[in-house]
Design a protein around this ligand. Structure first.
Ligand SMILES: [Zn+2]
Length: 63
């Protein structure tokens, strides 16, 4: 399926350094969504945002 993994901006989603913790939260949200566990999906989003607001996230560091 060409084009499926390309973002509208033209950047591949896998570009750049990603944060392991962010990845875990996103994966948890995806799994919860798949199970229609909305409260757990919301939890994951809240935890992800809280994590990104804190200093422990390495992905949001501007270079
Ligand atoms: Zn992070």
């Amino acid at each position: 399926m060409p084009g499926k993994n390309v973002a509208p901006g033209g950047e591949p989603a896998s570009v750049g350094v990603d944060c392991d913790s962010c990845e875990e939260f996103r994966q948890g949200e995806t799994e919860a969504d798949a199970e229609r566990d909305w409260s757990r999906a919301t939890d994951c989003r809240v935890l992800l945002r809280r994590h990104q607001d804190s200093a422990e996230c390495v992905a949001r560091e501007p270079r």
